[in-house]
Design a protein around this ligand. Structure first.
Ligand code: R5P
Length: 300
């Protein structure tokens, strides 16, 4: 097996390669002055099983193009298979038409991944568990939740916490984590989002959080507004403290500042996305998914 990394999350790719006792194979990513990229595979891959690790967070479009071009270069160089680990799957939220006239981004991405030549896709904590079904190629849906469970078990007295999903979309996830933690109590926030402005309005809380330590679990933090609005609501409902876990730290715009300045105690994300230095903040802790990805590749 040969393992390649795009430029989006090389530190994760290096860790995955290390777990597999491999070294990253050389790849040249040339960026033209106008931002276009050209890829060159610098190792013989003829009849080899190849793995490409590339996350598709910010800058999303550029990371996707790099992924597509790298798969194309591998295919043209004769790779036998091209397994693609896309730890964070950009464009997955627009998974259906919400309002007349919209696109379905998820389907466009799926078709493109298939047509450029991806043989199998690996991704973490997808927005909905139905996503693999829309692909014709096999999709391995991996999860960091077992790692979050271990972390929660180590950090908290389970009797004192209430798990919280910040929206109804996360209800399956929170039930799963609750089961993993001996049926720890959970609460649900009802969140409405204005589809034109993207603005969030919390319209209710189902569950009792009074004097409890709340542990919010979500799939991603983008602007941070979902998390900070949830914290406000939970504290208004007399929660003692609030912690947040999310698989993907997208951290768009001012998210890091917003979270650091909020009443949240700590924010735990995974390394499906590389957090640039300027987006690191004191309350942030990062848990690696490298072992999980390596195990999935080893078990092939
Ligand atoms: C929404 O359905 C997702 O599960 C996240 O709650 C959301 O994408 C987080 O976005 P933001 O941080 O911008 O509120």
């Amino acid at each position: 097996m040969k393992i390649f990394s795009g430029s989006s999350n090389k530190s994760l790719a290096e860790k995955v390669a290390k777990h597999l006792n491999l070294k990253l194979s050389p790849l040249e990513i040339f960026v033209f002055p106008d931002g276009e990229k050209r890829i060159r595979i610098k190792e013989r891959v003829l009849d080899q099983d190849c793995v490409l690790i590339q996350s598709t967070g910010i800058p999303v479009d550029s990371n996707y193009m790099e992924l597509f071009l790298t798969v194309d270069a591998l295919k043209r160089s004769g790779a036998k298979s091209i397994k693609t680990v896309m730890p964070y799957f950009g464009y997955q939220r627009q998974d259906h038409i919400f309002r007349d006239g919209e696109d379905v981004s998820l389907e466009v991405i799926a078709k493109t991944l298939e047509s450029v030549g991806v043989s199998q896709l690996f991704s973490f904590d997808l927005h909905t568990p139905k996503i693999p079904e829309i692909f014709k190629i096999p999709v391995k849906h991996l999860s960091v939740l077992p790692k979050f469970r271990n972390h929660i078990k180590k950090e908290f007295d389970l009797e004192k916490i209430v798990l919280v999903t910040p929206d109804m979309g996360g209800i399956r996830r929170i039930k799963k984590v609750s089961e993993m933690l001996n049926n720890t109590a959970f609460a649900t926030i009802v969140k409405d989002r204005d589809l034109t402005t993207g603005q969030i309005k919390n319209s209710g809380l189902d569950g009792n959080v009074k004097n409890k330590i709340c542990v919010i679990i979500d799939d991603m933090i983008s602007t941070g507004n979902t998390m900070t609005d949830a914290v406000t609501l939970l504290l208004e409902n007399e929660a003692e403290k609030v912690f947040a876990y999310a698989t993907h730290g997208v951290l768009a715009g001012e998210a890091s500042k917003i979270l650091q300045n909020s009443k949240i105690e700590r924010v735990i994300v995974s390394d499906t996305l590389e957090i640039p230095k300027e987006k690191e903040f004191a309350k942030l802790e990062v848990i690696s998914v490298s072992e999980i990805a390596a195990k999935a590749l080893r078990d092939l």
